[in-house]
Design a protein around this ligand. Structure first.
Ligand SMILES: [Fe+2]
Length: 175
């Protein structure tokens, strides 16, 4: 039934996909520590690939939000402006965390096999853990504080217009 249109439901699959990729990346980075010295360069390469997949999925999501969701929400519910600003700032922080991790994993891939770079491994491991937690918390906050508010306050016609907007133009992968 039309009255049951839910913005939350329509966006949830791509958001879960980002979260899944963050978890898989974190699990991969965990192996850097536990599989340790013998395989750290191979594991760093695998983690780097998973991080790129996360970055790509996150970029699509953050661009959809910044180009479509946030402007639409801000115009209709002005009191959300501060929250939207906060979420935009968080996007910048998430992407900065990813850039730092890319650098650390690149260092590991290029390290000499003879010397185990324990400190870089530890930094990458902790960074992956923080990133996965930050992604999960960011998505939870947006779901609970923004998207739930839109579902509660948007009229049916506004929800329909928003969903048309989301589907109207593909979002480019690069940020
Ligand atoms: Fe976001």
């Amino acid at each position: 039934m039309a009255a049951q249109i839910s913005i939350q439901d329509s966006l949830t699959e791509s958001r879960k996909n980002v979260l899944r990729k963050a978890i898989v990346f974190d699990e991969s980075a965990e192996k850097l520590r536990f599989e340790g010295k013998a395989r750290f360069r191979v594991n760093a390469g695998r983690s780097a690939r998973l991080l790129r997949a996360l970055e790509s999925a996150l970029s699509v999501e953050t661009r959809l939000e910044e180009e479509k969701l946030f402007p639409y929400a801000g115009r209709r519910i002005p009191r959300l402006e501060v929250l939207l600003y906060y979420f935009r700032t968080e996007h910048g922080e998430l992407h900065a965390q990813i850039q730092k991790l890319k650098f650390l994993l690149h260092l590991l891939e290029r390290s000499s096999a003879a010397v185990f770079p324990a400190q870089v491994v530890q930094e990458a491991r902790l960074g992956a853990m923080r990133l996965a937690a930050h992604v999960a918390e960011h998505i939870r906050q947006e779901d609970e504080e923004l998207i739930a508010a839109l579902d509660a306050e948007f009229h049916l016609s506004e929800k329909k217009a928003f969903l048309r907007l989301v589907r109207s133009r593909p979002i480019m992968k690069r940020r």
